[in-house]
Structures are given as C-alpha cells and as structure tokens.
Design a protein around this ligand. Structure first.
Ligand code: MSK
Length: 651
C-alpha cells in the first residue's frame, strides 16, 4: 500500500488487491488479463498515481472559465473570491446533482414504459397491479369511473411528476412514505424539495459563478437535493419497476464467475434500466432463439447479471449474478462471454477494450449510451411500440456472436456460490413474521442493529475487501444486514447471502435467521432499491414508536465510486441514519499537523465538522464516519449501534 499524505490514507497497488480481495476468481482473472496484455481498471488506476491532491480533497474549482482554481494555504480564494468551504460544498452539490440526473433518467424511462404498458402502446404485461392500486390509494388518486389501466396510468403520471415538477407542490412519494416526524425536521430546515429535475437545475444554478456565496446555503441545497434524489428518483424507479415487473420474493440460486459455461452462449446483462432487458430475456427464452443457439452449435444459453441490472434480475427471476462494476472487465477475461447487453450507467469504456481482446459483442440498448464499435439497438422510451421487435434483434445479435467468436481463450474460474436474493420490503417483513416481530427482535437485542451495506467499488480500496470485511464483521456482531448494488455482488460471491451463512452470526441472531430460513445478508435489489431498506428502517421505527435517528441503524458505503453514491449517503443522512464510508469523500480530510509552536493540530475544518462533527448531527441527527481499514470500520459501526442501543436503554 502506498501512503497518501494528503488523504492521510493508504492507497492499494495491484499486488495489494491480489493479496486482499476476497474472491479467488478475481486474482485468477486479473492474472489472465495481465498475461494477455489486456489493460484493466487496476492498471489504469496505477498509471494515474499520484492523483491530484486538490481533486482528491475537493478543493479544485472548475465551475467557471476564470479557473481552474486550486484552493490552498498559499491561495485561499479562487479568482472570483470563493473560499475553500464554498468550493468544496459546491463540488459535492454538483456531484449529487449528476448522480440524481442519472437516476432521474432511469426513473423517466421506467415510468414512460409503465404509462405505455397501461395505455397499451408497449407489449408489456403488468405484473404488479396491486402495487399500483396501493399507490393510487396512498397518493389519493380518484379511481371512480376509471378502469384499472387508467388508474395505473394516473399513478405513473404522479410518479413522473415527482421526477420533473417545476412548482412547489408537495411530492407524492414524500407525502406518502416519509415519516411525519422527519417531515417536521425537513420543514424546520426549509429543505423540502420540489422534484429531482428542479433540484438538479437549482443545484447547478446555485453553484455557478456568482450565484450563491454562502456555503451553508449550499449545504442546505445538498440536503434538499438528497430528498429529491430519494423520493424523486429512488422511490419512483423502484415502485414503477415493481408495478411493471412485480414485487420480488426470495429465491435461491448460484452466482459468481463459475456460472458461465463453455459450450453455451454466455450473455451478460449489464446496466440499470429493466425495460429492454426484461423483453430481451423473454425473447432469449423463446423456442426460436433457443433453436438459433443450437443451430450455431451451442448447448444452450446462459444468462448472467452484472451491476444493478444483475441485482434486479436475481431478485425477480433468480438469474445468476456474476460481478459488479469493477469486475466487468474481469468477466470478459474468462473468454467465455459472447455478448454483453448494456443499457445505462456504470458501463465503463474499458469494457469495450477488453471486449475487443476476446471478440465479445457489446450491444448498447439505451439512447443515452453509445460505445464506438458496439452494436446499437436502443430502446427509446418515447417510441415504446418498437420494444418487441428491437428486443428480438438484440437477442438474435447476442446469440449470433457465439458462432463468430474465437473460443480458444476460454478459462472460467470454477467457483460458484450459493446465494439467495429477492428480498423486497414485503419479503423481509414476511420472512421474520411481520414488522412487529422484527421490531421486537431489534428491541430485545436478538438483532443488535440493522445496517445496509451498499454502493459501488473504488480502486482506492482493495477490490471488495471493504464490503466483505465490514459486512462479515457486522454479522458476527449480531447485526442484520441488507445490501444492494455492487456491494451486493461482493457479498453474494463471498457466500454471505447463502442461508448457511447464518452460522456466522452469534446466537440468538443465528437462531432467528435459521428459523426464517434466510441469510444474514439480505440482497434487496439494485441501487434504486435502497428504498426497500429505507422502508424497512421506517417501518420498524413506526412499530417501536422511536424516531429513525435514535435507532441502531447504519448505512455503509464501503467502496464509494459513482456520483450516485453521494445521493445515497445523503439520503440516509437526511433521514437521521449515520453513514460509514470506507474511503474519504472528496473533502479536505482532517490531517493532523504541527502548529507554529510545535503543538499538534487536529486538522479539522468547517466541512469535516459539518459532515463528521456536530454540523449534521445537530440538524438531522446523523453524521459520517470514515475508516479505510475494514476491521476498524466494522468496530466503528458496531460501536455506533451499541451507543444507540444504550441511549434507548436497550442494553
Ligand atoms: S451499478 S451506481 S457502480 S452500485 Fe448501480 Fe454499482 Fe454504483 Fe453503478
């Protein structure tokens, strides 16, 4: 590990990843790609070292054309007069706006597909009609004289309104799902949002040259945006998807790179939006496409999931997952992947570089995502009538790749891992006998706390070591864990989502899990499905009559990567749930220094005080902990949960 003095943290080198990453398949594939001369994210990260200290600490301002300006002791203000607090907070606000835009685009596509399904312009059979009717009731939508499909279309338009409203009317999802005591806190802070689109616009506006000089107002916009992100993009996407494709239930399957099979057409499904991929799966499983695969000489077709698309398909159908954002190049390194069907977000440019090494076909299916050299068959949410025929073309192109590829470089790591996924909010409650029974187990200490371990990977942490190292120790400490996104791939592949992993938990949690027949880590879905964990937190708080901020809850983002993770963490903070990060955010971290008289200064600053000191703690009741060592991070998390229990007198 190389120590970075600006961050006061070690940075892993490629050999550190080999030594610490928990999945042996990762090392096998890293070595294979290296010997094949194929570069990956690990090589490019090494080539970028040392990364710019200003960028790492968020003190570089590129928000106008007078800059770029770097804030330092020597030059404490940018050309316009912005100081460090203004620059750092503005950068964070912009990151959240970018992440929110990504999820909003996802929500937009899913909701337009829902409208098209309800209005009969897309060939989608709605599988979650009960969820739509429940939402109609929660949103106060008038159902009199309307057909069920008309009600569903009205629900979808209400969700769309939360994505794009430009006026100050209340958000439907926030009114329907946020706890009353939290709404009072947000009203008191004047951070109730209008919509995802409005707050993205306002965030970019407030941070442009000369628009807002008060960093505390920008900090308020950060929280306001977090609520818009949560209710305008996460809730809307997750709920609309449930109406379209049904509410998941638990299912057992096998995961990991070993699910790929030589002799079969191996197709990976990657990205976030469910719309095209659902239709493609329907096509791939049709007798015509299966016959096409056999005609090409394949024994059959294997589907594997990556990133959030993989999480969602595991949840809905038990389709095996393979890996996450930083494993996408490694998966192609097996030489077994004929095609990767990708839609939006987290499809890194490096994927195509490795695809070209192994002759893998990349098929892009989102109007937003173009990759030079890839086959482009997009789903346009405003032309839903072509979905069926486009999906057929995608399926045929994926299968056709089998016949044209060089199959001499196949080397698939053998390991497969048993895993259970599909824990929707309702499925979690049902598994444990309802919200009342689960709340009682939390109160009486059979469950010491509930943590959600989520988010991306970052090359700044030895790949997957923090996700797995922290989650395993939390389970050993008696904590019930939920997971989504790329973190869940790490935990699925590590065996923590296998019901047999209940044996890792101490009694009485172990007995509780075994009686329920569930693993200690509950895979709930993709990153928009973090609202399933949030709904669980809220339901238990309501059962117990205890505010969210007082309960032994924790959000863990052990390997933060995408801009979207900024919104995820801020969402939970705004709800009073503290965040444990496995790597410092792009803020000037507290680096102890020697003062003019030789005294030791703790290096704190306004921004660290805001996030990790008393700032957020006194307003929303939560804070960020940062710890890069997984064992220390888990201890920090367990201590946080213990303190919460003690404050409640729960012991
Ligand atoms: S895929 S947003 S790297 S979790 Fe959702 Fe993974 Fe993060 Fe993308």
């Amino acid at each position: 590990m190389k120590f970075n003095k600006h961050l006061n943290q070690p940075i892993p080198e490629k050999d550190d990843v080999r030594a610490k990453t928990p999945n042996p398949a990762t090392v096998q594939l890293m070595d294979k790609l290296e010997s094949a001369g194929c570069e990956t994210v690990f090589d490019r990260f090494a080539a970028q070292q040392p990364q710019c200290p200003s960028g790492l600490r968020g003190t570089c301002c590129r928000m106008c054309q007078w800059g770029p300006c770097r804030i330092s002791d020597k030059a404490p203000r940018g050309v316009c007069g912005r100081d460090m607090n203004q620059v750092v907070m503005a950068n964070i606000v912009r990151q959240l706006a970018a992440g929110m835009s990504a999820h909003a685009r996802h929500a937009h596509e899913v909701i337009l597909a829902l409208i098209a399904a309800a209005e009969g312009t897309a060939t989608i059979t709605l599988k979650g009609r009960e969820r739509a009717l429940e939402l109609a009731d929660r949103f106060g939508i008038d159902t009199a004289g309307r057909t069920e499909d008309e009600v569903i279309a009205a629900v979808a338009r209400a969700l769309l309104d939360d994505v794009g409203r430009m006026t100050a009317d209340p958000m439907h999802t926030l009114e329907a799902f946020a706890p009353a005591d939290r709404r009072e806190v947000w009203e008191g802070l004047d951070i109730l949002p209008r919509s995802a689109s409005y707050e993205s616009m306002e965030s970019l506006h407030m941070t442009t040259l000369g628009a807002c000089s008060d960093w505390t107002a920008l900090a308020d916009q950060e929280l306001r945006s977090a609520l818009a992100y949560c209710y305008g993009t996460l809730y809307t996407s997750s709920l609309a998807t449930e109406v379209l494709y049904g509410v998941p239930t638990p299912k057992l399957t096998e995961v990991n790179y070993g699910v790929l099979k030589p002799g079969y057409v191996n197709i990976l499904l990657h990205g976030h939006s469910p719309v095209m991929v659902e239709k493609v799966i329907e096509k791939v499983r049709s007798p015509e496409i299966e016959a096409l695969a056999r005609e090409a000489g394949a024994e059959g077709i294997v589907l594997g999931g990556m990133c959030c698309t993989g999480d969602e398909l595991l949840a809905r159908y038990g389709i095996p997952t393979v890996t996450n954002i930083m494993g996408q190049e490694l998966a192609l390194g097996t030489g077994a992947v004929d095609a990767v069907i990708v839609d939006m977000q987290c499809v890194i440019p490096g994927l195509k570089i490795v695809a070209d090494c192994f002759g893998t076909e990349i098929i892009t299916t989102s109007t937003s995502n173009r990759i030079p050299g890839a086959t482009h068959i997009p789903f346009d949410p405003e032309r839903p009538e072509t979905l069926d025929e486009d999906a057929e073309r995608v399926a045929r192109a994926a299968v056709a790749a089998f016949g044209t590829r060089d199959r001499s470089k196949i080397e698939i790591p053998e390991r497969v891992t048993t895993a259970m996924g599909g824990f929707s909010y309702e499925a979690i409650l049902e598994s444990f006998g309802g919200a009342g029974a689960l709340a009682e187990a939390l109160r009486d200490g059979r469950i010491r706390g509930v943590a959600t371990v989520v988010g991306c990977n970052t090359p700044k942490v030895a790949y997957e070591s923090a996700h797995v190292g922290i989650a395993r120790r939390l389970v050993e400490g008696g904590v019930l864990v939920t997971t989504t996104g790329c973190a869940s791939h790490a935990l699925l592949n590590a065996g923590l989502c296998d019901p047999a992993a209940a044996a890792l938990a101490p009694q009485p949690l172990r007995g509780l899990l075994e009686a329920a027949g569930v693993p200690p880590v509950l895979a709930v879905g993709g990153c928009v499905d973090n609202v399933r964990s949030l709904r669980l937190f809220i339901a238990l708080a309501e059962e117990l009559g205890v505010p969210l901020a007082d309960l032994p809850y924790l959000f863990v983002g052990a390997e933060p990567g995408n801009e979207k993770t900024v919104g995820q963490g801020a969402t939970f903070l705004a709800h009073g749930i503290s965040v444990l990060s496995g790597f410092p955010a792009q803020i000037p971290v507290a680096v102890p220094r020697t003062g003019p008289d030789g005294e030791l200064l703790d290096g704190r600053n306004d921004i660290t005080e805001f996030f990790a000191g008393d700032g957020l703690l006194t307003t929303v009741g939560a804070k960020i902990y940062t710890e890069t060592d997984p064992a220390c991070a888990a201890q920090t998390g367990l201590l946080h949960l213990r303190r919460k229990r003690q404050a409640l007198g729960w012991g």
